[in-house]
Ligand binder design. Structure first.
Ligand code: SF4
Length: 439
């Protein structure tokens, strides 16, 4: 979501005549689009922006901005902590950035952190994409789930969906521009169109406003599946409570939807899942995976896991290890818990020593590496369809791309072009990458 926001910001600014500088020294404006999900990400921003004080002292005209979730979370406190910052712009205000930069010509500091939601009908400039063959498309923003550890509902606000026509039009323009694959983005894509805006306010008070969008996520997938020239559809992220048989059936029946589901489990322990307010048990999760694999043949499943949540003991951790073995994820993103101020979990004691968190993190990373390697080895000798996405930056004689199951494949270039879908015979692998040759 943040990477896509950065594309949107770059697109808006280049559309207004700004150019992207290759070097920090060559820039007149330096913008940091920030993430608040983990303490580590924030610490890096505080450090990196702090280092810019020297550049600002030498080149007074330079403008420095902090955008996104940290801006939304810390607001004017950023100016107190980093007085050389000129602009603080929250998640709901990013479309105003060109105007806000303009106002810095007459004002010393600009703060834009309205709690209002983004303009969902905004036509997004999609010109500044890192990848020409695939693109992100935001379908909804915010989250109503309030998992106890998560800052997102506070930083991004309640769920709100973009209108169908705006999404379809954006994808058509992307396809006209050569895009073959779209990744539909949202904190909780399965809630597309069914949200109640501002769930924290009681309905009787008139504080809740129902979405005007009349279709749900599966119907949206059906509409996108009909777009001519589009080859692949992916989506991220799904909450296990909303991953339904209807969704799995659509994944099977809609030929452009990839056989890959990212379904964050977070923990294999029922006790921890309850403390996390995840609203499912490990058995619920395992049953969903079982149904998915029965319905969608060869569906890859990836996940997110947090280690060291408050009070996580050896038994809880081992339950996660067992769940990982049982599911056999294609990939897992494993994070050490860090307290996020303002969340419910922040009221619990962060009582797992960092050394233990680190050990648990390493154990799960190693386990996942072994599982992924075995799964990749089983593909040697098979032929897989791969979308050519880019030239391999480490070896310019090679292309890289992904299979429908989101496996990264590297292969020697020939006369094919970016955006082509090719058959690749797999010849070798590591835990993360398949290597092959064009058939
Ligand atoms: S569903 Fe995801 S974004 Fe929403 S609160 Fe939970 S972890 Fe955060």
């Amino acid at each position: 979501m943040n990477a896509h926001d950065s594309e949107i910001i770059s697109g808006m600014l280049t559309g207004k005549g700004y150019r992207i500088s290759d070097t920090l020294e060559g820039a007149d404006i330096i913008l940091f689009n920030t993430c608040s999900v983990r303490a580590h990400a924030e610490a890096r921003v505080w450090g990196k922006v702090g280092e810019l004080k020297k550049i600002k002292n030498e080149k007074l005209k330079i403008k420095i901005g902090i955008l996104g979730c940290m801006a939304q979370t810390y607001k004017e406190k950023i100016f107190e902590r980093l007085p050389h910052v000129d602009l603080v712009c929250g998640t709901a205000n990013i479309y105003e950035i060109p105007k806000l930069l303009g106002s810095l010509k007459t004002r010393e500091k600009v703060l834009a952190v309205d709690n209002n939601q983004r303009d969902t009908e905004k036509k997004i400039d999609i010109s500044e994409r890192e990848n020409k063959a695939k693109a992100f498309v935001s379908i909804m923003e915010g989250c109503n789930n309030y998992c106890s550890y998560c800052i997102v509902p506070f930083a991004r606000g309640p769920e709100v969906s973009r209108p169908v026509s705006i999404i379809i039009d954006e994808i058509k323009r992307l396809v006209d521009d050569g895009v073959k694959e779209v990744m539909l983005l949202g904190q909780n894509v399965n809630s597309y169109g069914v949200e109640i805006k501002n769930p924290r306010l009681p309905r009787q008070s008139g504080g809740q406003e129902k979405s005007k969008i009349k279709i749900g996520f599966v119907k949206l997938l059906e509409k996108i599946n009909k777009i001519k020239g589009l080859e692949r559809i992916r989506f991220m992220t799904s909450h296990p409570k909303d991953a339904s048989l209807e969704l799995f059936t659509a994944m099977r029946d809609l030929e452009k939807v990839c056989e890959h589901l990212h379904l964050p489990v977070q923990s294999g322990s029922n006790r921890i899942l309850k403390l996390m307010n995840r609203i499912y048990t490990r058995d619920d999760y395992l049953r969903k995976i079982d149904s998915l694999r029965k319905i969608v043949k060869d569906c890859a499943v990836t996940t997110d896991i947090i280690v060291g949540f408050p009070s996580e003991n050896e038994k809880d951790f081992n339950d996660t290890v067992k769940l990982m073995r049982e599911v056999g994820f294609e990939n897992a993103f494993i994070f050490k818990y860090s307290t996020r101020k303002g969340t419910k979990a922040a009221l619990l004691k962060d009582d797992t020593e960092d050394k233990i968190k680190q050990q648990r993190n390493q154990i799960l990373l190693k386990l996942q590496e072994d599982i992924s390697r075995k799964k990749n080895e089983a593909l040697i000798g098979k032929t897989l369809e791969v979308l050519i996405e880019d030239v391999n930056k480490k070896n310019k004689a090679e292309f890289i791309g992904h299979t429908g199951q989101a496996r990264l494949v590297v292969f020697e270039k020939d006369d094919k072009s970016l955006g082509d879908i090719v058959n690749i015979k797999i010849t070798s692998c590591t835990g993360h990458t398949l290597k092959g040759e064009i058939e």
